[in-house]
Design a binder for this molecule. Structure first.
Ligand code: PMP
Length: 310
């Protein structure tokens, strides 16, 4: 499928044409993975496009960068980056879109010492439908447990969205696709369930919802946090506790959360049907509430949205 190009990409404070948004082949980011990024969505609402959890996403971008000097020397403030995101959506005239800010190292010195290089920042937007497929949101996906472990705390910090670390997620994703599954679930170095390759995981058994604690290595997903809030508001008990592989086999319901995947049910784990093999009642409830919230239909969650045209 051709890439759904937009008109412009914001690069270091200026808009450039989509096809001209290029970097030099010798930037250290290409060679060593130095970069941090975000994935954000804007949804169509009655008041025009609204960015879901804009400030928390921009804060996470800056937090990711703090772990990796000199990426922390982003030449813009978080407020300027948030404004630039809204402006990019306006310039590209999206009703809804996916948003990809990326901080990377410009063309400078080559070698394993990134400190002499200067960080640069770009924001791209494009119209992107469901990540795991429209059908997946309703019917669920089939997952396997990956043979690749999620990067350990002292290998590459898993708390950051760092460009280079995603080779770990991609290996697990390719493994799943080649084996006929839609997605991989990754275990921590200690063998606990951590998360999907680009999604957090929630497991429901006997009415209790459990999601792995951040100490087991999942990214602190912003959708994860919003889902915990929705589930608690709906009266469900949510625990952040270890999840082991057998919990996946015995669960009544499992769902994945993420900006790209939104809330996607899991219908099968390595050939074993999850619950009734269809989207379960708790998953349906949280998915419906979440989608109503992000499209501006629920006053209770209005703080989650930043309207682009206001
Ligand atoms: N885990 C990983 C590894 C991810 O890349 C993502 C996507 N950012 C998530 C979880 C979900 O996080 P969020 O809800 O903030 O998109």
């Amino acid at each position: 499928m051709p890439f759904p190009k937009a008109d412009k990409i914001w690069m270091d404070g200026e808009f450039v044409d989509w096809d001209d948004a290029t970097v030099h082949i010798l930037t250290p980011t290409i060679h060593y993975g130095w970069g941090v990024f975000e994935g954000i969505r804007a949804y169509a609402t009655d008041r025009g496009p609204a960015v879901f959890q804009l400030d928390p996403h921009v804060e996470r971008l800056f937090r990711s960068a703090r772990i990796y000097p000199p990426l922390d020397e982003i030449p813009f403030t978080p407020a300027q980056v948030a404004d630039a995101i809204r402006e990019t959506i306006r310039v590209n005239q999206h009703d809804s879109c996916y948003i990809r800010p990326v901080v990377y190292l410009g063309y400078g010195e080559m070698g394993l010492n990134p400190l002499p290089s200067t960080p640069r920042i770009a924001i791209a937007t494009w119209e992107w439908g469901t990540y795991l497929g429209e059908e997946a949101l309703e019917k669920g996906v089939k997952v396997m447990v990956s043979s690749y472990r999620r990067i350990g705390k002292n290998t590459i910090p898993p708390a950051s969205k760092t460009n280079g670390q995603y080779i770990n997620s991609s290996l697990a994703k390719v493994e799943a696709l080649r084996a006929g599954y839609d997605e991989s679930i990754m275990l921590s170095e200690d063998g606990y369930v951590a998360e999907g390759t680009g999604e957090n995981i929630f497991v429901i058994q006997d009415g209790v919802v459990t999601t792995p604690p951040l100490s087991d290595g999942p990214l602190g997903g912003i959708t994860r946090g919003s889902c915990i809030q929705v589930l608690r508001d709906l009266g469900h008990e949510v625990r952040e506790d270890h999840v082991v592989r057998t919990d996946l086999f015995l669960a009544d319901e499992i769902f994945l959360t993420g900006t790209a995947a939104e809330i996607t049910p899991v219908r099968e784990v390595e050939g074993r049907q999850v619950g009734t093999g269809t989207r379960g009642p708790v998953t349906t409830e949280v998915q419906t509430t979440f989608m109503d919230a992000v499209t501006g239909k629920l006053d209770q969650y209005k703080d989650w949205l930043s309207y682009v045209n206001d």
